[in-house]
Design a protein around this ligand. Sequence first.
Ligand code: AMP
Ligand code: TRP
Length: 334
Amino acid sequence: MIEQQKKRLFSGIQPTGELHIGNYIGALSLWVEQQDQFDSIFCIVDLHAITIPETIVPEYLRKKSREAEAILIASGIDPERSVIFIQSHIPAHTELTWILNSITPIGWLERMTQFKVKSAQLESISTGLFDYPVLQAADVLLYKTNVVPVGEDQRQHIELMDDIAQRFNHLFGEVFILPQPMIRASGARIMGLDDPTAKMSKSLAEKRKGHAIGIVDPPEVIREAVMRAVTDSGKETRFDCASPGVKNLLVIYEVLSGKSREAIEAYFEGKGYGFLKRELADLVIATLEPVRNRYLKLMAEPAYLEELLHRGAERVRPIAESTLKQAKDLVGLG
Ligand code: AMP
Ligand code: TRP
């Protein structure tokens, strides 16, 4: 019997800052769950990272890319079954971006929430930051991707790539597949532990201790961050009635434990936030300590990490080059 070809899954992560439990819950753990259902490709997007000029410190960027690779593998991405590669190793990403730039109206990019949020925090805004979503569209479209597993903050970027793909297909001919987002129903937007009104982010984690839990933080640091998390003066532990800080803790517990909301509510009812926090700290540590241990072992094997990146790039290169060629032929380039 001919084995039916699997659909393609593609996602990316920026090698900046410290990866945190929001990245783990919203993205990495979903990737691990899904990797065997699809032909899965994971990309460390160093070209996206340099759109914030402060990250252009050559040794830092290279080191961060290898750290991200090690965290992906330590979290459960199997580099034999799935591909992990570095975006800048495949020049087709930038080349397709240029072509897509020419058919993407500026107005579409001006609407992007992430651009508005990031640019409001910067003194000088790079052209690359504005163009960031087009590069992201090129990432996904090059691999004829069916599904893109991401956190909630990326939904708008995926809708945009759908628009760009439709426009290209309409103008020049059907080459791109329209990608679908895959977003967790619960856990797609983990909030800061110190401020549950702000999304947990790498940039806030750099400025504020206690904002995030790092995926490879030592157990005692994790426990301290959980115990200090903002709650309220009550005792409410029902998902729909809890204050934002408590709800955030319950959601983290929900995803990591895999238990139903009813079971969780019954378990925590009337026990107070101290108990919830101790239980949650135990669960987060039990989840992340093995990841940290695998990560530390992998980081001691730089040649192995390098070899995997090389192999990853060689596996995806023919796919990217073939799609790029189709697009160039349709446009009349070359
Ligand atoms: P980034 O750190 O921006 O490269 O994001 C990598 C992945 O993690 C993307 O799929 C994001 O949507 C996801 N992500 C980032 N922050 C969070 C968060 N606070 N909660 C859930 N998912 C997140
Ligand atoms: N912009 C994404 C983020 O910040 C990272 C990313 C780049 C990505 N290219 C991608 C995600 C392609 C999914 C698919 O999280």
